[in-house]
Write a protein that binds this ligand. Structure first.
Ligand SMILES: Cc1cc2nc3c(=O)[nH]c(=O)nc-3n(C[C@H](O)[C@H](O)[C@H](O)COP(=O)(O)OP(=O)(O)OC[C@H]3O[C@@H](n4cnc5c(N)ncnc54)[C@H](O)[C@@H]3O)c2cc1C
Length: 385
């Protein structure tokens, strides 16, 4: 098989790139990942995503009825590559487009679709992902935040108590995609439901926590007798897990880490060449090795996208693809530190930002080690120890 971009796809990429360079000048030359959304940054994100939506570029692959352009899955990849590599000018809205919208499309009621999808495709929705808890990260299904229903399954109310942690973008979010336990007696995957709730619901308390990628990027969220109408449940009661698994498949390869690694590698190589460092055989070998890893990751992700475009489901290709992109990003980041030494540790440089991002890459969205476990079990068929 020979892979190539169609003319429409190449035109889309070129126009998108020109648009990004006009709207966020300087980001490409210094692709620091800007994860913290301050009120000023939020206004810029809305302006940016509105403009993208006007051109039909925000949700190109979505069905027309939900504000999409019915383009191929490959256009979504181009969008993700162009955005993520320069520092994600859509802010947290990349999550809404990549997996929150598709999860609502998959399992939402007509009313939920009307309410949420049009807002996402217009570029106005800021969501946050309430999955992890202090005792439930890699083993997400053991989550304990409890929702007790009072009244009927469709017209009653849930009363939520518990805690989430590591929720990115929460200080700027308006909506929370929240996983709760609705049946504590069922097997752990079978007692989980999803609630879509406004983050300003009484009883929800957001506390930011310090972190490695930027002060205020993360929060912990506490729920005290939070009352949520049953109509805010996504999918059946206790039927949240299959929806989340599907959503996580979108998330695993949703952030184009390979493309960011490729851009950073180009910038590092440019700088190394200017400083005469590429003449050293070891440095040149390291650059070659990093490039090979980045391109391997890209092709592994493209295989996942190809399956998605052909609507092939249930394969395990996303696990090695995610493991490969984490390795590629880490290799490039370490190269930056090794070649440029202490200079690369200066805060806010793209080498520093790259290194911090690379450290978190193998944790956010499912850890690297868990991907290796999944590869061992589902692809290599190795026994559990
Ligand atoms: C940048 C970033 C953004 C995030 N954003 C969000 C968000 O928006 N919403 C949200 O809900 N969460 C978010 N998280 C949390 C993230 O999903 C969890 O950190 C992750 O799932 C790991 O869980 P944990 O931190 O509890 O670590 P643990 O699960 O306790 O794991 C600790 C270490 O042990 C290893 N480990 C655990 N179990 C196994 C095993 N069975 N075999 C081998 N090794 C194992 C892990 O790989 C890891 O290295 C974010 C995290 C980061 C870093």
């Amino acid at each position: 098989m020979e892979f190539g971009w169609s003319e429409t796809e190449q035109k889309y990429r070129a126009e998108l790139r020109a648009f990004i360079d006009a709207e966020v000048p300087g980001w490409r030359a210094n692709p620091v990942h800007k994860r913290v959304i301050t009120p000023e940054e939020k206004a810029r994100v809305v302006d940016f995503t509105h403009k993208l939506a006007e051109r039909g570029w925000l949700t190109p692959a979505w069905p027309k009825e939900y504000g999409g352009g019915e383009q191929s899955a490959w256009q979504s990849v181009i969008l993700s590559e162009e955005m993520w590599s320069v520092g994600e000018p859509r802010g947290s809205q990349y999550m809404s487009v990549n997996w929150i919208g598709p999860a609502i499309m998959l399992a939402g009621t007509e009313e939920q679709k009307r309410e949420h999808l049009s807002r996402i495709s217009r570029g106005e929705a800021f969501w946050s992902q309430g999955f992890s808890e202090p005792e439930a990260g890699s083993d997400l299904a053991s989550l304990r935040t409890r929702a007790v229903r009072e009244g009927g399954e469709d017209d009653g109310e849930y009363v939520v108590n518990g805690q989430k942690i590591w929720t990115s973008h929460t200080p700027s979010a308006e909506w929370l995609f929240l996983l709760v336990r609705t049946d504590p007696d069922a097997a752990k995957q079978r007692g989980i439901s999803i609630l879509l709730l406004p983050i300003d619901t009484p009883g929800v308390e957001v506390r930011t926590i310090p972190d490695i990628v930027g002060e205020g990027a993360f929060a912990e969220i506490f729920f005290t007798d939070v009352r949520v109408p049953a109509s805010a449940r996504l999918g059946p009661e206790n039927g949240g897990w299959p929806i989340v698994r599907r959503a996580l498949q979108f998330e695993r390869v949703g952030a184009a880490r390979w493309e960011r690694a490729a851009l950073v590698l180009d910038l590092l190589a440019e700088r190394a060449a200017k400083e005469g460092l590429l003449a050293g055989a070891d440095v040149a070998r390291r650059f070659g090795e990093a490039r090979a890893f980045v391109e391997a990751a890209r092709w592994m992700v493209y295989r996942v996208v190809d399956e998605r475009a052909k609507e092939i489901e249930g394969t395990a290709t996303a696990y090695p693809a995610r493991a490969a992109m984490v390795r590629a990003e880490r290799l490039v980041a370490e190269l930056g530190l090794d070649v440029f030494g202490p200079e690369a540790l200066v805060a806010e440089t793209f080498e520093d930002s790259t290194y911090r991002q690379a450290l978190t890459a193998g944790i956010a969205g499912g850890s690297y080690e868990i991907q290796l476990n999944l590869i061992a079990g589902q692809i290599l068929g190795l026994p559990r120890s």
